[in-house]
Design a protein around this ligand. Structure first.
Ligand code: AG3
Length: 282
């Protein structure tokens, strides 16, 4: 028997993974969840037919989403994560010694439970860390109501389809603004630009009225097929984005954090965007 997982994100183009073994598959309260053993990408998790994370390349995405804003900030004590149920982002955030608390708001308890079980190297114990606080709920409700503020807020969402759709709307970004401390930074998964060309321009249109500095940075994550994935960046502190190489290197060295993708030179270079993207936001 030869079974393939064919991703359904794009209408007329897809990537497929050979399924060696299905480890878990179920309709949760919120979405269809599958975790399977692939060949070369290791274990793979998909929601509603869309690849969310693989053991082989998750480090690229999670390191870039965590370390770029955290090293740019330099002293983030309180971090908020929206989504991120596989735990990979929480793992990277908690590597920062300056982080005193990380609150994670995930809509689907089943994603956390099944990822702890079948993708244990993603969270790598992060959910047991005393600095972590997990809230099961919708991220948009949390940021509209919460009475705390954070130095860094990270949105590790699905694509803007299904439960993740609200996490790309102006009301969500208004909630982010009210939950950010002065000097705070928001960074968010913002799609694969070549395949989802409207995501960058739409996010730019929605974020730029609310923040004095809005930008995008990028990294190629092979299982998010189609070229560079962009991350949205928003802050009312423009200097956060222009930290120089020496400052970032000093912070990186002082942290003692070992990475496989992120480094300070790459941090700076990641903000350089191709012309077609610059034109789409100008
Ligand atoms: N982030 C999943 C992003 C999926 C993007 N898909 C795409 N555009 N190809 C959440 C899972 C990682 N923690």
């Amino acid at each position: 028997m030869s079974e393939w997982f064919n991703e359904t994100l794009h209408g007329d183009y897809h990537q497929g993974f050979h399924i060696r073994e299905v480890l878990f598959e179920s309709k949760t309260e919120h979405q269809h969840l599958i975790i399977f053993e692939s060949g070369s990408f290791g274990r793979v998790m998909a929601l509603d037919g869309i690849i969310q994370t693989t053991e082989r390349d998750e480090f690229i995405y999670h390191e870039m989403l965590a370390h770029t804003p955290l090293f740019a900030h330099g002293n983030a004590k309180n971090v908020l994560i929206i989504g991120g149920g596989d735990g990979g982002l929480l793992r990277e955030v908690l590597k920062h010694p300056e982080v005193e608390s990380a609150v994670q708001v995930e809509i689907d308890q089943a994603v956390i439970d099944m990822c702890v079980k079948y993708l244990p190297n993603h969270s790598a114990g992060a959910y047991e860390n005393s600095r972590a606080e997990i809230v099961i709920g919708d991220g948009i409700d949390f940021v509209k109501q919460c009475d705390r503020q954070f130095d860094v807020i990270l949105s590790d969402s699905t694509d803007p389809i299904g439960p993740g759709e609200v996490l790309f709307t102006s009301p969500f970004y208004e909630g982010i603004k009210r939950c950010l401390k002065p000097g705070g930074i928001f960074a968010a998964q913002n799609g694969v630009a070549f395949m989802q060309p409207d995501e960058v321009s739409t996010s730019h249109q929605r974020l730029s009225p609310l923040f004095s500095d809005t930008a995008f940075y990028a990294a190629a994550v092979p299982s998010y097929v189609g070229g560079i994935m962009t991350f949205a960046w928003a802050s009312n502190e423009p200097s956060a984005r222009s930290q120089d190489l020496n400052t970032l290197q000093a912070r990186f060295a002082a942290s003692g954090i070992k990475t496989r993708y992120y480094n300070p030179a790459l941090h700076i270079g990641a903000f350089a965007l191709p012309q077609y993207l610059l034109e789409s936001i100008n």
